[in-house]
Design a protein around this ligand. Structure first.
Ligand SMILES: Cc1cc2nc3c(=O)[nH]c(=O)nc-3n(C[C@H](O)[C@H](O)[C@H](O)COP(=O)(O)O)c2cc1C
Length: 285
């Protein structure tokens, strides 16, 4: 059974893990944070990751491909960021969701334990089980369904935090994955992550990366619809190609509790304020 816990966000707009990093890519002071319900930090793994060599991002009007490769400072680097106060400005403006990843079963469990002293800073933990840009962990951790379920059970045992599984669509029907998440008493799901894509850029370079942006929207909407149909009580964060207030409303209508904004930030970070302002106007919430 999914837990009956919920996240009480001041608005349903969430910043997606990755595009905003740890706040360093955004003009933190120029955003009206009252329009943002939560900020998901970039995924942290146990050991630091340098990420992939450039080119890392390709953007067109209809999609983006990124092959960042989960670049992050690892647990020790993150601990320093928290202890030195580097995240204080961001955390003083907006409630944050921690995003964790791993290269193996053991790493996911270990980082869960290590993060315990820091959890007071965060509303929830989102576990990234769906990054297509790494060779271990990420998507591949879900390819052995029994092992993945055992991991969900183990993580649930290790923490009382509000835990959210971020699921992609490449390891089976997403509603079946979400049912497993609910059976292991997790509190929510984020659907979807990027999908593996390939494109050749104007220099003839082949980019294998995660597809995001407008092209993802109908796929993400269908995922939200299917998960909501299967699990009426599950907390759902929608992610994928959300750029307009109409899309935000539609995602909420088809069952999302909150919507996350990722690639749209590359166009214009002011998009966040606009999305919620329009939403308020249209729904009188
Ligand atoms: C440049 C970039 C970096 C990303 N990094 C992460 C990450 O560290 N962790 C994660 O869970 N998702 C990551 N994502 C996926 C986004 O959080 C989001 O789920 C996905 O891009 C789909 O939403 P969008 O179309 O609004 O971008 C990243 C996406 C992009 C474009």
């Amino acid at each position: 059974m999914a837990s009956s816990k919920t996240l009480n966000l001041r608005t349903p707009i969430v910043i997606a893990s990755g595009p905003g990093g740890f706040g360093e890519y955004l003009k933190v002071e120029s955003i009206d944070w009252s329009y943002v319900g939560a900020y998901t930090l970039k995924t942290i793994t146990l050991n630091p990751k340098a990420g992939n060599k450039p080119p890392r991002i390709y953007a067109s009007d209809s999609f983006m491909i990124n092959r960042i490769g989960l670049e992050n400072p690892g647990f020790e680097g993150f601990k320093k960021m928290i202890e030195s106060g580097e995240l204080d400005i961001l955390l003083s403006h907006v409630p944050a969701i921690l995003s964790l990843g791993g290269d193996s079963f053991e790493e996911y469990v270990e980082i869960t334990k290590l993060m315990r002293p820091y959890l007071d800073n965060f509303l929830a933990i989102e576990y990234n089980f769906s990054c297509p840009n790494v060779h271990h962990g990420g998507l591949s951790i879900m390819s052995d369904r029994d092992e993945w379920r055992r991991l969900l059970k183990e993580i649930r045992k290790e923490t009382d935090a509000f835990i959210i599984a971020k699921l992609g669509i490449e390891s089976g029907f997403i509603e079946n994955m979400a049912r497993i998440v609910a059976l292991e008493s997790w509190d929510g799901v984020t659907v979807i992550n990027t999908i593996r894509g390939l494109m050749v850029n104007s220099d003839g370079q082949v980019l294998l990366g995660g597809l995001s942006g407008p092209a993802l929207y109908p796929i993400a909407l269908r995922a939200v619809f299917e998960v909501r149909k299967a699990l009426p009580d599950m907390y759902i964060i929608a992610s994928g190609g959300i750029y307009t207030p109409e899309q935000v409303s539609e995602m909420l209508r088809f069952g999302a509790n909150a919507v996350s904004i990722g690639s749209a930030l590359f166009q214009n970070e002011g998009v966040i304020n606009k999305l919620d302002r329009e939403l308020v106007k249209n729904t009188n919430k």
